[in-house]
Ligand binder design. Structure first.
Ligand SMILES: [Zn+2]
Length: 64
């Protein structure tokens, strides 16, 4: 079990993801283009960040 994990790691060593998008779980690699960091979390771009914020926001939709 442990040996297999080591082999897996060596195989992926050159392209280890350093983080992933908290919204769509896209993996980010060292040397990638710009990512957005908000509150210690990584996002692909503003679109992903706003989707994530909306999903986690405390709001109600009401009829006036
Ligand atoms: Zn994303």
């Amino acid at each position: 079990m442990e040996n297999r994990m080591v082999l897996e790691m060596e195989r992926h060593l050159s392209r280890q993801p350093v983080a992933e998008c908290s919204n769509c779980h896209t993996e980010f690699y060292q040397g990638d283009e710009e990512v957005v960091i908000y509150d210690g979390e990584h996002f692909c771009d503003r679109q992903c960040l706003s989707e994530h914020l909306l999903e986690n926001a405390d709001f109600w939709e009401v009829e006036l």
